[in-house]
Write a protein that binds this ligand. Structure first.
Ligand SMILES: CC(=O)CC(=O)C(=O)O
Length: 231
């Protein structure tokens, strides 16, 4: 075993409500277009045949409350509020019941997006990495265990920028349920403890600028907050 020639920045550990130990971030899978109204505002239709995914690097994740700079390479940086599912046990090609048993908990998250780059990549049928996987591009609030929060139903999901409402929907609008996503995704990956699934954003995404304060919530879960430092 060789020793590393330099140290890498530590990947954040997400606090868990009421627990002393936190949730270490493994991989981050994101579901695209999982609310019909968001797909429509992006000028596309939901694919009802199968969900689709993109990934974000754990090394680029930050915790709720972070203050970060407006990212480079974009003139149209967008907020996307999401429900995140935290996996607590191995999961491979499973039934919906087994999928449910592997969920450790849930939380609020932001999928920050360089929209101009995502859309130009999409137009050229290229991957969305420059648009989606950026430093501080995913933001995680403290998690709540599944036992404490209960099942996904019609909880409200919302987001404000500088206290002005931007996104407001319910989890009943999810096109693919959490169980359906886990069954499908675990047919392609051996999901394991530490993996996070960001389940897509409702309608109302929009731009943010330096100096903005973003806050999002889901009924019964801890809010997620991000500030963009003034230039
Ligand atoms: C079309 C998107 O913005 C993909 C995405 O991040 C989402 O639907 O959520």
């Amino acid at each position: 075993m060789v020793s590393p020639m330099f140290e890498l920045p530590a990947i954040p550990v997400i606090p868990v409500e009421g627990q002393e130990t936190g949730f270490p971030i493994g991989r981050i899978f994101c579901v695209g277009r999982n609310y019909a109204a968001h797909a429509a505002e992006m000028g596309v239709e939901v694919d009802r045949e199968k969900p689709f995914y993109f990934t974000k690097s754990a090394a680029n994740a930050v915790l709720s409350g972070a203050e970060v700079s407006y990212p480079k390479g974009t003139e149209n940086f967008h907020h996307e509020m999401e429900l995140v599912v935290a996996i607590g046990r191995p999961l491979s090609e499973v039934s919906p019941t087994a999928a449910r048993a592997a969920i450790f908990g849930y939380g609020c998250a932001l999928d920050m997006t360089r929209r101009d780059l995502q859309l130009s990549e999409r137009k050229k049928q290229r991957p969305w990495s420059l648009g989606k996987d950026l430093e501080a591009g995913s933001v995680f609030a403290p998690l709540t265990s599944a036992a404490e929060w209960g099942p996904v139903a019609d909880q409200r999901i919302w987001l404000t920028v500088n206290d002005e409402p931007r996104q407001d929907a319910t989890l009943a609008e999810l096109v693919w349920s959490v169980e359906e996503i886990l069954c499908h995704l675990s047919g392609f990956y051996d999901l394991r403890a530490g993996d996070l699934i960001m389940t897509g954003t409702p309608a109302g995404v929009g731009p943010v600028v330096a100096g903005d304060r973003i806050e999002g919530g889901i009924t019964g879960l801890g809010n997620v907050r991000l500030s963009l430092s003034p230039s």
